[in-house]
Design a protein around this ligand. Structure first.
Ligand code: ATP
Ligand code: MG
Length: 455
């Protein structure tokens, strides 16, 4: 495989960057939202709720002050037959309630209440009660009318001032509640704007990362396809070159050496006939003649093994009929040969590939399977030619096996024929190689390819 090109560097850093940006956006946004929410909660607790409770207590105070105002009006009313001290008990009741309300009000006073305001309220109430106590003391004395004057000029004024102060506080509370509501509204607006911003940013990050990934993937696939095409072309070129070389050597051996050896043989026979019967030289010549014949046979069978001329002359079926017993003899395994279907003729070039697949499969059986038996099945089917070579030996996994040239070449040859080769594991264990070639093989294309590659 070619060295990776500089522009095809790994996409991992880019993808990492995209991931980090997206994650950072999510984390930052979550932090932001959490902060806004806690701000909201604080506003709700500190301002709104507190304000409401405080206003309730202020209303209670206001109510007490009103009761006092009514009582004072009755006290000043000259029609009343009771003495002023008759109101002392009512004042005491209001005082208790007012004290309680003031204590509670102080606890829930809004944070924006100034200490001065608080101080003013406290001291004004204290002064009112002081004045009230003095007035009741006067009322018990000899001049109850002076007590009435006190009520008119001092107590009522104090009560009214207090009432005004409480009203002001109520208005203040109301205003700050409105402010808080406004603030809450602003927070909601801000968060909404940020949500859109965040969503846009995240979507852009995801989009860019995905686009980058898609682009890179496309390039990778294109590169893979190109490499695969290159590899297939190379493999087919190698196969074509090998076939043409083998065919050439086989033909040279058969024709050239065959003729020379035949000529030597017949010349030796002729020369021997000219010598007297029984002479030593004639015996020697006959022996040389026999050796020549043996050599001729060997050359012929070597030529046949390299490239069976038979394939072109008598077809695939006959060639296998001749070849399988040869394998049995040479490799020492037993081959069961089964033929089925209506035989049809297979084009010479296609036949070479089928023959080579059988040859390589049987080679593998002898070299790797450890089996002593093999089954070769040749099936002529209406739409395809199928060849199987099976053994019940060690077996192997085509995906993980050490890759030799044999399996690769088988696949390439199948491809050249427009067919397909499968490696299976039979139920009994071992290996089953199945080559299936459609009957309408691309014979023309195959021949053209072979010739083109052989150059
Ligand atoms: N019939 C078989 N039984 C067991 N193992 C096999 C069989 N056929 C192939 N193998 C395993 O598959 C591997 C690859 O086979 P392949 O024919 O491609 O290479 P090879 O035979 O080792 O070398 P060569 O390139 O000479 O053919 C073998 O090394 C072997 O381990
Ligand atoms: Mg092999």
């Amino acid at each position: 495989m070619s060295a990776p090109h500089s522009r095809d560097r790994s996409p991992t850093p880019g993808l990492f960057l995209g991931l980090i940006i997206t994650l950072a956006a999510v984390v930052a946004y979550s932090g932001y939202i959490t902060r806004q929410l806690s701000g909201l909660r604080e506003l709700q607790n500190n301002l709104v709720d507190r304000n409401r409770k405080d206003s309730l207590q202020l209303l209670r105070i206001q109510n007490d002050l009103n009761s006092l105002a009514l009582a004072m009006r009755d006290m000043l009313d000259n029609d009343e037959p009771y003495p002023l001290t008759a109101w002392s008990a009512q004042f005491q009741r209001v005082r208790t309630d007012l004290d309680d309300a003031l204590r509670r009000e102080q606890q829930v006073a809004p944070v924006n209440r100034s200490p001065d305001q608080q101080q003013y309220l406290q001291s004004s109430v204290a002064q009112f009660w002081d004045a009230a106590d003095r007035t009741f003391a006067l009322a018990q004395g000899p001049k109850p009318d002076e007590a009435r004057t006190q009520i008119r000029i001092s107590l009522r004024a104090r009560q009214e001032a207090l009432s005004t102060a409480v009203s002001r506080l109520l208005v203040q509370n109301n205003e700050s509640e409105e402010q808080a509501t406004q603030q809450i509204g602003q927070i909601y607006d801000r968060v909404q704007r940020q949500v859109y911003l965040f969503l846009t940013a995240t979507l852009i990050a995801i989009l860019l990362t995905s686009l980058y990934l898609i682009r890179w993937n496309r390039r990778l696939f294109a590169q893979l396809a190109a490499l695969s095409a290159q590899r297939a072309e190379l493999a087919q070129k190698v196969i074509a070159t090998q076939e043409s070389t083998l065919r050439h050597i086989s033909r040279e051996l058969h024709d050239e050496f065959g003729q020379i050896l035949t000529a030597i043989g017949s010349m030796l026979t002729r020369a021997g006939k000219q010598l007297p019967e029984g002479s030593a030289l004639r015996t020697d010549l006959r022996e040389v003649c026999e050796i020549t014949q043996e050599t001729l046979d060997k050359v012929r069978s070597l030529s046949q093994a390299l490239h069976p001329v038979m394939l072109e002359e008598s077809g695939l079926e006959s060639t296998l009929d001749w070849y399988l017993p040869v394998v049995e003899r040479q490799a020492g395994i037993h081959v069961f040969y089964e033929k089925s279907g209506e035989p049809f003729s297979v084009d010479g070039n296609a036949a070479v590939h089928v023959y080579r697949v059988v040859q390589e499969s049987l080679n593998n059986v002898t070299r790797h399977s450890g089996a002593k038996e093999s089954w070769v099945r040749l099936r002529f089917m209406p739409e395809a030619l199928e060849v199987e070579v099976e053994d019940h030996g060690r077996g192997f996994d085509a995906e993980t096996a050490k890759q030799g040239i044999g399996l690769v070449a088988m696949r390439e040859r199948a491809e050249l024929l427009g067919g397909k080769v499968d490696f299976e594991r039979p139920a009994q264990g071992g290996t089953l190689v199945r080559l299936r070639v459609p009957r309408e093989t691309r014979e023309e294309t195959t021949r053209e390819q072979l010739e083109k590659h052989a150059g």
